[in-house]
Design a protein around this ligand. Structure first.
Ligand code: HEM
Length: 325
């Protein structure tokens, strides 16, 4: 009796399996037929294809071949790797914003929360891990290998600028001293010529742009302008402002956006500034003497005053921007 039941089950299983497989084959035939392709040839291909491996899938060998120190100083690899890790998180952030911004219609409040939540997790990782820079390298080694890398600088990270542009309206990124005179303008070319970072990486002694800044502007100014044109109507701030009124008041959404504002414009900036202080600190006069840049006056968030979503902060909070985290 038991045996008969088992046999029947086996038979049923086989029938179910075959039906499932037949149905899959039917679907495949439809898929390849729609493209004018011969399904049988593809099945032959499957017979001979190798199984995918982890190392091929994530291109492990390529990934590990991308760290090429310029000096034999061991800690330089940490510096390269951590910059690369940061750029990958920046890439994830831009992908998350694009899923909201490039959607053909205004995203739902649920999608909005999900994507901003992702962005916040990426930045939290970056902020928490910045100690790898602050405490994780030998200061003397750093000062030696850093000289071999000039004029390259993280300042030239184009993805960092893209995150800013994709997060808010371009006018929010205008240098504090230029805000009043450009307040009425919506000309993106004009606004992009007075962005706050155009006064960074500047020689402390002469006030001239360093090669670091000039190289960056030459390579990326036009691309960033096109990027700003693309994001003008669909950046994160615009997507937020176009949510239905009740979603705009949703405390969860407001909190998620405030987190993004603080993470990108204050917390990351302060962690990063701490690393500059740890390795480069010197009196402004000494920096001037060594041909250094204006980083002490440029990097602190309280001087840059970049706020992506000013409507989500009180006047008191805005007045204290960069002083609380
Ligand atoms: C020991 C570690 C680091 C030091 C000492 C350092 C130093 C500096 C300095 C001095 C500047 C100002 C530009 C200048 O005056 O040349 C700067 C800007 C910048 N660095 Fe770093 N940096 C470090 C690590 C990183 C890392 C890991 C990244 C990640 C990509 C990064 C990204 C940036 C960005 C995006 C800017 C421009 C910031 C802004 O415009 O507000 N830095 N860095």
């Amino acid at each position: 009796m038991t045996k008969m039941t088992n046999d029947q089950n086996d038979q049923n299983d086989q029938i179910t399996m075959s039906e499932e497989i037949l149905s899959r084959i039917g679907q495949l035939e439809e898929k390849f037929g729609a493209m004018g392709q011969d399904m049988k040839s593809y099945l032959d291909g499957l017979l001979y294809a190798d199984f995918l491996t982890y190392w091929d899938y994530i291109h492990l060998d390529t990934l590990l071949s991308l760290q090429n120190p310029r000096t034999p100083i061991p800690d330089e690899r940490i510096f390269i790797l951590y910059h690369q890790i940061t750029e990958l998180y920046f890439r994830l952030t831009l992908d998350a914003i694009a899923q909201l911004s490039d959607a053909p219609t205004q995203p739902s409040p649920e999608l909005f929360k999900r994507q901003v939540g992702r962005i916040n997790r990426y930045f939290q990782q970056l902020i928490q891990s910045f100690d790898i820079m602050i405490d994780g390298m030998d200061r003397d080694e750093f000062l030696r290998f850093r000289m071999s890398l000039l004029p390259a600088s993280g300042f030239q990270s184009v993805q960092y600028r893209m995150i800013e542009i994709a997060s808010t309206d371009l006018r929010q990124l205008v240098h504090p001293d230029k805000r009043e005179q450009t307040a009425e303008s919506s000309d993106l070319t004009l606004l992009s010529s007075v962005l706050y970072w155009r006064s960074g990486a500047t020689e402390l002694s002469s006030g001239k742009k360093t090669l670091t800044l000039r190289q960056f502007e030459e390579k990326y100014s036009e691309e960033l302008l096109r990027f700003a044109q693309h994001y003008q109507a669909c950046n994160l701030r615009q997507r937020y402002q176009n949510l239905p009124p009740e979603a705009r008041q949703d405390p969860e959404i407001i909190q998620l956006l405030r987190e993004h504002d603080l993470n990108a414009n204050v917390r990351w900036g302060l962690s990063h500034f701490r690393s500059a202080v740890r390795y480069l600190d010197a009196k402004p006069k000494e920096i001037e003497a060594t041909g250094g840049t204006n980083w002490q006056k440029y990097l602190p968030p309280r001087f840059q005053l970049v706020v992506f979503f000013p409507e989500l902060w009180s006047a008191e909070e805005l007045a204290e921007w960069g002083k609380f985290q």
